[in-house]
Ligand binder design. Structure first.
Ligand code: ADP
Ligand code: MG
Length: 692
């Protein structure tokens, strides 16, 4: 149960004064539906009203606070003309200009002959100073003008002042909370309490205080990271404690496969396998991430790990995020497994009726030792006789939540997660802090670097010609169409349009695949491209994470500037796998901004997925790095991994000490840390404590 202390923060936004249902809806879009969401909604700027010049001194374009005497009201002669109020100080006149204002209201606000403090942006119009719609008009004796005003990120329909007021009201609700930070660390940083920091973050007085590294913001960010790391550590500890089983294959099947491989395993593949086998041999549950750049050869490693389970008479399953990928894995694994005399079954949403029943029966009685499929594998109706290892491909499509779900299929089975997304170390900690990591750092020998070029869309014709030349030389071409976030429909339209254009040029040699095709249609398109007559595959990003077509030598990516670098890198990894070197053409729609240009440049300069990911993080920030929607990465409200990477490392170490000293979070600081977990809604982890 959430401590009642936090209740005011988790109240609905509508409980704030002046926020009714209409505003609540807008706030929900802006920040969230609860008071705490507004607390996390930090100012993005400030208006400094401390500049108090005379009228003569007032610089154009600056926010100024003037003390004026009202001289004269000049209503507009028609309703289209503005209403003007002439006012002055001892140095000169200024006009206060109002559009669509009511005269009686203005007469009351600015009575002729009286003094008023007026604050707003000064402009010069035909050499004369004026101020349109002052932000504040107050009486000098009232003195209630904010000297510095926080400015918040807005959404359509919400006025700055409304957001400001609501945010201030939200902060005013915030309770004082017990200190959960390590006292020595906290002192060294010179930070204030949580509440003081929250207040300070909402009341910046200088630009510098808006920085993510300013003390108040850094403290809040650290708190969030601490909650994240603590929750992950608790999940991880739980995984370790839960009973696993010791799997020690004798290597006889694996050996047969290694012998059948047309290549030797790389050093990192062998090392990763050793780590995985050692982990599986432990009586605890394995939860391990296998990370390796595209083409680094994860599939073989996974297969050999799976055989480790089969050698012990158990089963293993490999789950892919899409059907195409599941089939691709099957195509890779099946012939190898056959070399070891092992049967592999495929289970996706498409296996129906008798076929499906047959597969389910074989999984249930253990006749099928190896299964490949989509998430269909982990639905309720699927029962394994004895699942010892579950491999999940392309983890970033799933999340921590799914990971927990997955391990419930067979409580004791080991879990190996594969990802091709090169995640910077810092991000890895936030998303996979609960896992051990094996990395494939070497590429298999014989990979040729891909020639990467950025080309403006206007030169499409040349690109089509280049594709034609590659095809004449026996190569195949991937053609990826614009990624339009939020809208699969327009993705499809763009892909169909490009398909038409290319089909006209190369009749009968173009295939099209997008997310809305039926399974069989997708297969047909992929087959036509893989072994059939099609030499160009026009696709939305469904090919992003996997298909292996060795004859592919050209990758065209339209509107490349809209993709994440990591995605572009993955797409590029699809070519140049065969004998011939590859070419990657990044088509962009100009003019490119500074950042976009720099990003495409990175891809041209390096083929190192980790460097690319680090650079992407630097250029774009964590939120966008992997395409937030499907990233499965935690969304931080206050922390920014690109900026707070060091704090994250400290938080992780801190958590190590915390759980060493007070494993059940029972002491005074432990209790405070529980509050922290609730504050950042990581309460699921609290259930893993003895007195949760
Ligand atoms: P990933 O899944 O990491 O992107 P794959 O497992 O699909 O990579 O492997 C890519 C290609 O490299 C496959 O065709 C595979 O057969 C091949 N491959 C894997 N390991 C090696 C190796 N050690 N030497 C040469 N080729 C390899
Ligand atoms: Mg793969």
């Amino acid at each position: 149960m959430r401590p009642s202390l936090l209740n005011p923060l988790f109240a609905e936004i509508e409980s704030l004064p002046g926020v009714g249902p209409r505003l609540a809806k807008l706030f929900q879009r802006l920040a969230g539906s609860r008071v705490v969401d507004l607390c996390w909604h930090l100012p993005s700027g400030l208006v400094d009203r401390r500049y108090r010049p005379t009228v003569a001194e007032a610089e154009a374009g600056r926010i100024a606070t003037l003390t004026l005497t009202v001289e004269q009201h000049l209503p507009g002669r028609s309703s289209r003309q503005p209403y003007r109020v002439r006012a002055r100080d001892e140095t000169g006149f200024i006009e206060l200009v109002y559009f669509h204002a009511r005269g009686d209201w203005l007469a009351k606000l600015l009575p002729v002959g009286e003094r008023r403090v007026v604050s707003g942006r000064v402009e010069h119009f035909g050499g004369r100073p004026q101020m349109a719609h002052p932000d504040y008009v107050t009486k000098p004796e009232e003195n209630d003008l904010p000297a510095v005003e926080a400015v918040y990120p807005l959404t359509a329909g919400l006025q700055p002042k409304v957001v400001w007021k609501a945010a201030q009201a939200a902060v005013a609700r915030a309770p004082d909370l017990p200190e959960w930070q390590d006292p020595a660390w906290h002192r060294r940083q010179g930070w204030s309490s949580w509440l003081e920091s929250l207040k300070a973050a909402h009341a910046p007085r200088e630009e510098a205080e808006l920085s993510k590294l300013a003390p108040a913001r850094a403290r809040l960010a650290y708190d969030e990271l601490l909650a994240n790391q603590l929750a992950l550590a608790l999940v991880r500890r739980r995984q370790r404690q839960s009973r696993g089983r010791s799997i020690r294959g004798d290597g006889r099947l694996a050996r047969r496969i290694v012998e059948a491989l047309p290549f030797a395993l790389t050093g990192s593949q062998r090392l990763a396998l050793d780590e995985i086998r050692a982990d599986m041999a432990e009586p605890t549950k394995m939860l391990r991430l296998l990370q390796g750049d595209v083409g680094s050869g994860k599939t073989v490693v996974a297969l050999l790990a799976m055989l480790n389970a089969v050698e012990c008479g158990s089963q293993a399953a490999l789950m892919a995020p899409t059907e195409i990928l599941a089939r691709q894995h099957l195509a890779t694994i099946q012939p190898l497994a056959a070399a070891a005399g092992i049967e592999v079954v495929l289970l996706t949403g498409r296996e129906k009726g008798k076929t499906r029943a047959g597969i389910l029966a074989r999984l249930a009685d253990g006749r099928a030792p190896l299964a490949v499929g989509t998430h269909a594998l982990f639905q309720d109706e699927v029962a394994f006789r004895d699942l010892a290892l579950a491999v999940v491909d392309e983890q970033h499509r799933f999340g921590v939540q799914q990971r927990l779900q997955l391990s419930s299929k067979s409580a004791a089975s080991d879990v190996l997660v594969m990802t091709a997304t090169p995640i910077p170390r810092t991000l890895e900690l936030t998303a996979y802090g609960d896992m051990d990591v094996s990395r494939l750092t070497e590429k298999p020998a014989g990979r040729k670097p891909v020639d990467t070029r950025a080309i403006p869309l206007e030169r499409l014709e040349q690109v089509i010609e280049a594709a034609g030349r590659a095809m004449a030389a026996g190569g195949k071409v991937f053609w990826v169409c614009p990624l339009v976030e939020e809208s699969e429909v327009s993705d499809q339209a763009a892909a169909e349009e490009r398909f038409r254009v290319l089909e006209q040029r190369f009749p009968g040699r173009v295939a099209l695949v997008h997310g809305r095709l039926k399974g069989a249609e997708k297969d047909a398109a992929m087959a036509a491209f893989g072994e059939g007559p099609a030499d160009i595959l026009v696709a939305t990003t469904v090919i992003e994470v996997g298909v292996d077509v060795p004859a592919a030598t050209v990758m065209v990516i339209e509107q490349a500037e809209r993709f994440g670098l990591a995605q572009l890198h993955q797409l590029r990894g699809r070519i140049g796998r065969g004998e011939k070197p590859g070419t990657c053409l990044l088509l962009y729609r100009g003019p490119l901004g500074e950042t976009a240009r720099e990003r495409l440049q990175v891809l041209r300069e390096t083929d190192d997925g980790f460097r690319i990911a680090e650079k992407d993080l630097e250029l774009r920030g964590a939120g966008e790095l992997l395409g937030t929607r499907q990233s499965g990465l935690p969304q931080f409200r206050l922390a920014d991994i690109a900026v707070h990477g060091e704090l994250l490392a400290v938080a992780r170490d801190d958590v190590g000490l915390i759980l060493e000293r007070d494993p059940e979070l029972a002491g005074e600081r432990g209790q405070a840390l529980r509050v922290l977990l609730y504050l950042f809604e990581r309460d699921q982890a609290i259930r893993y404590l003895r007195s949760g």
